[in-house]
Design a protein around this ligand. Structure first.
Ligand code: GCU
Length: 424
């Protein structure tokens, strides 16, 4: 019997959380429970992985399968982009520094149509450019105050302070997130930036009648099955579809795409990067629980808390593990290991205890054996580095001062890391 099936049967026999020890979120390191991490280089049947071939053929697929069936949920089929609609183009954006493109990826199935809008700025160049691909939280028009960016017509969570009311944006929200998007610097460093509002793929609410999920329903299915995709997996799927488009864009080097994400969008970016090996680099900016942080530490946000507050993010099977972390055959270091041999950056912030900086560091550290197996340095640190002192091997890590955010300091490191691996 497969592990997934065994756990599924277990979940049927014992109701969710029957053995659960309910507890308050831990913010004190001395209260972290004793735990044992599954070894990344030992198969579920107990065999030690001694070479890259066994990793590729056996261990990687079995880890991926647990994340698919027990954590994020499987994408139930294939759906290609039906059309690309070029909405707007300007070769003189950012005072002549860049090309701006806005386009819609159109998906059709089951009599439905979904349009997801991409905004890209590319530095002017004679050759194809490397890019950072990252979702935004509130609409493409919030990443920069460029008045030519189309206002999203999608459902957006209300933010009265930004004039986002009744789930519709207004001019008032233009550029409100621009601090997290130093576009001019990125362009000047020779990189393009590609973004999409994540809600274009699936609005972030516990509702499976909207977004991309219904495009895959069969018969009178109303929601994904127990092991099928939640919203994070849908967002991850969307990142891969953007990459499909980038492969056709004559100005972009699709072999040099860094997928990056902050917070919940960091979880989606890491999941996308773990599955889709076409992404050349993966950057997790404070992705926390269900992202780069180890679940077994139960520090900050826990599985019980995330499953309760965001029941639509993961697959339904994942709810079984609320307060049952040790029953999970994987932990997040194994997700990070799926990125190997590609460069991976894990970033934390000192005041962001909710995302468990130490758990993010340890996940990066315990993903390293897979890189080492491949003859690569992995994370060149055994202890957590000091605040604001990044370490960079094929895995990089930093904890910077400050709160949960994306700052210039973070981008300084990502640009440096990209220069190490994505520059020609
Ligand atoms: C909440 C949630 C986190 C998530 C964050 C965000 O804090 O608990 O898991 O990362 O929102 O996406 O901003």
């Amino acid at each position: 019997m497969s592990i997934g099936r065994f756990i599924f049967l277990l979940a049927l026999i014992f109701p969710f959380g029957m053995f659960a020890q309910k507890s308050e979120p831990i913010s004190d390191e001395s209260k972290v429970p004793a735990y044992e991490l599954p070894e990344v280089l030992k198969t579920f049947s107990g065999r030690t992985v001694k070479n890259v071939k066994t990793w590729e053929k056996k261990r990687r697929p079995e880890i991926l399968s647990v994340f698919e069936n027990q954590v994020y949920g499987k994408v139930p089929g294939e759906l290609k982009i039906s059309d690309v609609e070029m909405l707007e183009q300007d070769s003189d954006a950012f005072g002549g520094l860049a090309i701006r493109k806005q386009l819609a990826l159109v998906f059709r199935n089951n009599g439905k149509t979904l349009r997801a809008e991409v905004l890209m700025y590319l530095p002017k160049s004679d050759s194809k450019v490397p890019v950072f691909l990252s979702y935004n939280f509130l609409g493409n028009h919030t990443v920069c105050d460029d008045p030519h960016i189309r206002l999203t017509e999608s459902w957006v969570p209300d933010q009265p302070a930004y004039g986002i009311i009744n789930n519709q944006v207004t001019e008032q929200s233009r550029g409100v997130d621009s601090n997290r998007w130093p576009i001019e610097r990125i362009l000047k460093a020779g990189y393009g930036i590609v973004t999409m509002y994540y809600g274009d793929i699936d609005p972030d609410k516990n509702d499976f009648s909207d977004g991309i999920h219904p495009f895959f329903y069969t018969g009178n299915q109303q929601k994904p099955r127990l092991n099928e995709w939640g919203s994070l997996s849908a967002w991850g799927w969307g990142l891969s579809r953007i990459l499909d488009y980038l492969e056709t864009d004559p100005q972009v080097d699709a072999h040099r795409v860094a997928v990056m994400g902050f917070s919940r969008l960091g979880k989606a970016a890491v999941w996308a990067g773990a599955q889709d090996v076409r992404f050349a680099m993966v950057i997790s900016n404070e992705s926390g629980c269900g992202g780069a942080a180890l679940s077994r530490r139960k520090f900050g946000e826990t599985l019980a808390v995330i499953n309760k507050n965001f029941p639509h993010w993961f697959c339904d099977n994942f709810k079984f593990y609320s307060d049952m972390e040790s029953a999970l055959p994987v932990d997040q270091h194994m997700l990070l290991a799926l990125v190997a041999p590609r460069p991976l950056y894990v970033a934390s912030a000192e005041d962001d205890w909710w995302s468990d900086p130490k758990g993010e560091f340890l996940a990066a550290k315990f993903a390293s054996p897979v890189y080492n197996l491949m003859g690569l340095p992995g994370l060149p640190a055994t202890d957590m580095p000091a605040v604001n002192e990044p370490v960079m091997g094929t895995i990089a890590y930093h904890i910077r001062s400050g709160k949960h955010d994306v700052t210039d300091f973070d981008w300084d490191q990502y640009l440096k890391f990209a220069d190490m691996y994505l520059k020609r």
